[in-house]
Design a protein. Structure first.
Length: 183
């Protein structure tokens, strides 16, 4: 921990990154090349380095587009949650184990809302990005859900910039149970 700032920083973990990106096993879809995580209190953020040599679904546009932003957000967000679970550094994930994370990564970590604003084109061959936890909320309707608002931004060395916010839904998180309605 850095005593001056009260923040803890975790360097890139190639082994964890490789495991997080396993679902992106199709050729050339592992866009996240490295990531660091910073934790302050019960909030955390991840900064990553990306490269998209060519899009996986369309001819090269020469710039980062909204589909790729969504994929890049997912990859960095998955890494951020995995590192927080692995290190047990964010209270909202105290009940999670790494086995829980691997079981929930694809079926139970969902985007409920995705908002994006593109300010200047970003060179998709080499750019950076950041995702953060802004706020956690819990709901207990028909099944427990943890809601996480996550601002994000991507940029390149030439001034390209995009930003937005995602509302994530973590379905049936470990340690949460459905609460019966009060009579």
């Amino acid at each position: 921990m850095n005593l001056d700032t009260g923040k803890t920083r975790f360097a890139n973990d190639p082994e964890l990154l490789s495991r997080v990106l396993e679902p992106y096993a199709r050729p050339k879809t592992q866009y996240l090349k490295s990531a660091t995580v910073e934790v302050a209190g019960d909030l955390a953020s991840a900064e990553g380095r990306f490269s998209i040599p060519f899009p996986c679904y369309i001819d090269d546009t020469g710039h980062l587009n909204s589909v790729e932003v969504n994929i890049c957000f997912n990859q960095l967000m998955y890494y951020l949650i995995a590192k927080c679970v692995q290190q047990q550094v964010v209270a909202e994930f105290d009940e999670w184990t790494m086995e829980d994370y691997w079981a929930k990564q694809l079926p139970d970590i969902l985007i409920a809302r995705f908002e994006s604003h593109f300010k200047r084109p970003i060179d998709s061959a080499d750019f950076s990005g950041e995702v953060s936890f802004a706020e956690f909320r819990r709901t207990n309707r028909s099944r427990p859900v943890q809601i996480v608002d996550m601002p994000w931004r991507f940029w390149d060395a030439a001034g390209g910039h995009a930003q937005g916010e995602v509302r994530m839904a973590l379905v049936d998180p470990p340690g949460m149970t459905v609460q019966a309605d009060a009579a």
